[in-house]
Design a protein around this ligand. Structure first.
Ligand code: GTR
Length: 404
């Protein structure tokens, strides 16, 4: 069935009626009344569901991981920041894969809290600094960014500065670590390259139905970056951040790996923060048709069949509890269903409540540009699907409450 032929629904009156699966009722009907039962019964079964039916599981363990500092400069950003480029190499049998973490740290002493996020076009696109290495990994063609033949060049240096407010992050006393997602797994429906191929059995050409798609591979990359960050003595708490498809990856990384102190989803939409059962904007069928490599093949069962899902995305978000969680939307980003993102954050409240943490009690969406910043935070800003200085301003303000 070609889901792309269906007109996406943007009419609130046409949202189907559905029951929001209760985070505190287990699949066999057991009521979850305390954090012990949440951690022992409910959380593991939800995590297993998302692992086997949505994002797919990692099929094995690496043999080795190693880190190499490629560049270090204590006088970056006109002398205000310390920059590091660290190569992470993953090994499995005879195969290996490397990606580079670009880090900007304020020149302060002590452990620096930082945001860790994947970027879409290469580390060199988030800065004008000429020392930042231009990735040689597969890149999405983009004429405006001077990327053709899937190869990045000098021309794309700095083209995504607008999405990474590094100077405000540094001025706040926090740092930024970023990685080009294409170095972990190229974003195309082809499983011959990237992380997946390291784990194949003899003769295998693509992951099995319950094995990882690209989102889970990007999330795995974030966790391997975390393996480095936890042993870097200058790094404190790490907040995993992501926009759009990379917001989906940040959420999955945060759910799987509790070393991430907090999680930020910026406009992550379908398969991210938004409730699938609302079928508003992008739907499960649409996303699986447009991006067949993002989720595991088992997720196709729910194409145009969201009512059959025994879970919804608020339960992915709840897996992050009791750690701080920020969900953000943009007013003009209807494709990502801002209301579905908001409600999803709201429906985690009972789980955060078990831990004595404050979620979002109301089902009423806040006005635009009026953030709610509890342990669970939410804002909808004016504008389009993007990451803006306004978004960073909110994330920094919120993060400062718990990182020190
Ligand atoms: C869109 C996709 C969304 C979102 C977005 C992005 O085409 O339908 O789910 O992930 O791409 O990553 O920018």
């Amino acid at each position: 069935m070609a889901f792309a032929q269906f007109e996406p629904n943007y009419d609130e009156n046409k949202v189907p009626k559905f029951i929001v699966p209760d985070p505190l009722t287990s699949f066999d009907g057991t009521q979850i009344k305390n954090t012990g039962d949440w951690s022992k019964i409910r959380r593991p079964e939800l995590l297993a569901f998302f692992e086997n039916e949505v994002y797919g599981k990692v099929p094995g363990n690496l043999d080795d991981i190693s880190f190499k500092i490629l560049e270090e400069n204590t006088n970056a950003l006109s002398g205000t920041a310390h920059i590091k480029q660290v190569e992470v190499t993953l090994k499995k049998d005879t195969e290996s894969l490397s990606f580079t973490i670009l880090m900007y740290l304020p020149k302060t002493t002590g452990k620096i809290p930082l945001f860790l996020g994947l970027n879409f076009y290469g580390n060199h696109t988030v800065t004008n600094d000429e020392n930042v290495i231009v990735s040689s990994a597969w890149s999405m063609n983009n004429e405006g960014f001077g990327i053709k033949d899937n190869t990045a060049t000098e021309k794309s240096r700095g083209v995504r500065i607008n999405r990474w407010d590094i100077s405000s992050i540094i001025a706040s006393g926090m740092g930024l670590a970023t990685i080009y997602y294409g170095e972990i797994d190229p974003d195309k429906n082809d499983f011959s390259d990237g992380l997946h191929s390291l784990f194949y059995e003899a003769g295998q050409e693509k992951p099995k139905a319950d094995e990882w798609g690209s989102i889970a591979a990007w999330a795995f990359g974030l966790s391997r970056a975390m393996d480095y960050l936890v042993q870097d003595s200058s790094v404190g708490k790490v907040i995993v951040f992501g926009h759009s498809r990379l917001g989906k990856a940040a959420l999955w990384a945060g759910a799987m790996d509790d070393r991430f102190a907090a999680v930020i989803s910026n406009d992550s939409g379908c398969g991210g923060a938004a409730l699938s059962k609302r079928r508003f904007g992008e739907t499960v069928g649409r996303i699986n048709e447009s991006f067949p490599h993002w989720f595991c093949d088992n997720f196709n069962v729910y194409n145009n069949n969201e009512e059959a899902l025994p879970v919804d995305q608020h339960q992915l978000l709840a897996l992050i509890a009791p750690r701080p969680l920020y969900v953000a939307s943009a007013q003009e980003d209807e494709w990502a269903d801002p209301k579905g993102e908001f409600l999803s954050a709201h429906y985690t409240t009972s789980v955060y409540g078990l831990f004595g943490k404050k979620g979002i009690g109301t089902t009423e969406m806040p006005e635009v540009n009026m953030p709610i910043q509890n342990t669970v935070a939410y804002h909808i800003r004016t504008g389009i699907h993007d990451v803006t200085d306004y978004d960073w301003e909110q994330y920094i303000k919120w993060a400062k409450k718990f990182v020190e």
